[in-house]
Design a protein around this ligand. Structure first.
Ligand code: SF4
Length: 341
């Protein structure tokens, strides 16, 4: 057995032990109390939990591609792809397989291990799922983990995607149930929970998180983490997004979240979901290196990697590699990427 296999076994063993010791259920009050802790105490606690479950310097690189852009009939107040908002995004059809393969291969060459495909649908139709299944099979053949975010799923769609080789399905809860209708009213919180249940039942791993900086109160942030942490089991991937305020969307003028409050969200996600990949997602471009470093300290161990996040900006690959190297966070995978960068 090689050193890498051994390391993987140790990680898996730790992860399964951790799942057996999963804390919770979490009350909103308990999560609020964590969010209110002195920042250094909170960071110390989060980093302690993090080191118990993950090897040092292990950052997952996931690349997200919009395979079908814009024209979405939903009205998520943060999203430039909604047809209801005038944001300058031009609707495009589903990408061809060879275009997607080229993008996935480029992401792999740059060091990404997971390739996420996003489509701006309310819910895919049967024929859409058939086409996406072809994309999943093609990306899977490159040896990458696959993830898709396609909107609400019916149980049979989830099974079809699983059969095509889908590893993860992303469907965010966005915010706490109490604030949800301020953000979107074309589908309910329960609709989202139903899709997550269908994904779980099909045996696909769950990627589910939310967005902060949308004008929510601190109690709504605690409520979002409570919802995520109390899913049974909690998601394997938890993207925490800081709103990217896109002109033309209803939330374009929201008050940005205080950077330390964002760091606190990451820390509390780590403490309440110890074995999840906590992904530092949208909003990194506005954060700067120091805040990102604090997020890694707080337990973030995954980033979206590539210069675009669906239709909004993201730090470029070279900047990310430089940052990870400065922080001593290069995983073996990243070192390979450095050779290509
Ligand atoms: S977040 Fe998704 S469902 Fe909501 S408007 Fe954007 S593309 Fe549509």
């Amino acid at each position: 057995m090689g050193a890498n296999d051994l390391q993987q076994k140790i990680t898996l063993h730790r992860a399964s032990k951790a799942i057996a010791q999963q804390p919770g259920p979490w009350s909103v009050e308990a999560i609020q109390a964590l969010l209110d802790k002195p920042l250094m105490d909170l960071l110390f606690e989060a980093q302690t939990v993090h080191r118990r479950h993950f090897p040092d310097g292990d950052i997952e690189l996931a690349t997200l591609l919009s395979v079908k852009t814009g024209g979405c009939p939903e009205n998520c107040g943060y999203c430039p792809q909604s047809a209801e908002f005038d944001t300058g995004v031009t609707a495009q059809k589903l990408m061809e397989v060879d275009e997607v393969i080229r993008a996935a291969q480029a992401a792999k060459d740059a060091g990404a291990t997971r390739f996420c495909m996003g489509a701006a649908w309310r819910a895919p139709k049967d024929r859409d799922v058939e086409k996406v299944a072809v994309l999943i099979e093609a990306v899977k053949q490159l040896g990458m983990q696959t993830c898709a975010t396609l909107g609400m799923l019916e149980p049979h769609h989830a099974h079809q995607l699983k059969a095509a080789g889908l590893d993860y399905y992303n469907h965010n809860l966005d915010t706490a149930p109490e604030y949800y209708t301020d953000i979107v009213d074309t589908r309910t919180y329960q609709d989202r929970l139903d899709t997550l249940a269908h994904v779980r039942s099909a045996g696909i791993s769950v990627c589910c998180g939310g967005i902060v900086g949308m004008g929510e109160l601190p109690v709504h942030r605690a409520g979002l983490i409570a919802q995520l942490a109390n899913l049974d089991p909690y998601p394997e991937s938890v993207p925490i997004n800081s709103l990217v305020r896109v002109p033309g969307t209803p939330l374009a003028d929201s008050e940005p979240i205080e950077p330390f409050d964002f760091v606190r969200m990451i820390a509390v996600a780590r403490i309440t979901m110890p074995t999840a990949r906590v992904r530092l997602s949208a909003g990194r471009q506005q954060m700067g290196d120091a805040v990102q470093a604090l997020c890694f300290m707080a337990g973030a161990n995954s980033i979206f990697y590539g210069d675009k996040l669906l239709v909004t900006g993201n730090p470029d690959v070279e900047a990310d590699i430089r940052l990870l190297r400065k922080l001593g966070l290069q995983s073996r995978r990243n070192e390979q990427a450095e050779v290509h960068a």
